[in-house]
Design a protein around this ligand. Sequence first.
Ligand SMILES: C[S@@+](CC[C@H](N)C(=O)[O-])C[C@H]1O[C@@H](n2cnc3c(N)ncnc32)[C@H](O)[C@@H]1O
Length: 184
Amino acid sequence: MKTMPNFLGVLFVSTGLMLAQKPDFHPNQLAPYVPSPHQIVERMLELAKIKPGEKLYDLGSGDGRVVIAAAQKYEAKAVGIELSNRLVKSSQEEIKRLGLSANASVVHGDVFDADLSDADVVILYLMRDSNNTLKPKLEKMLKPGARVISHDYEIEGWKAQAEEKVDAFKRNHKIYVYRMPPQK
Ligand SMILES: C[S@@+](CC[C@H](N)C(=O)[O-])C[C@H]1O[C@@H](n2cnc3c(N)ncnc32)[C@H](O)[C@@H]1O
């Protein structure tokens, strides 16, 4: 009987060590890195109806493709927030290489710490539970009229203004478009 707690202890310690050694592991990791296909990025940005100079945040910006496209095609002030140091560095290099530094940037950080009060558009490609976890922050921080565009996962309890199915990269993707209601 005495061996059971020891076994569990070893299991917990070794699992902890394995996670600690994974270079990109973070306790607030909301989703793994899976880039949105470019076709989906294009459609999300079209559905967001971005005007030049509007502020866009991609929460968990991966390789920066959404931020880059928003700055390049729509002249948005686009900001990516990303936990992975490696992805932050590569997207910053790409933004510089493309000469987009005036409008596009990626910051290393946790979306839970981000100030989103000036956002006109928020892009999400996380997971269902992550959207639910972020929902109170979005409800508290976003201004009336701000648009939230979510790839594949809805925000439970919010009524989407539009939902669209798009075939890309050998599967069917879903895009949800939300608009923050006027203040009560
Ligand atoms: C599914 S990928 C989406 C990447 C990009 N938005 C796109 O659509 O191509 C999710 C990204 O969110 C990042 N991420 C996960 N949790 C995060 C957090 N708490 N704060 C910032 N970034 C996070 C991951 O590292 C990953 O790059």
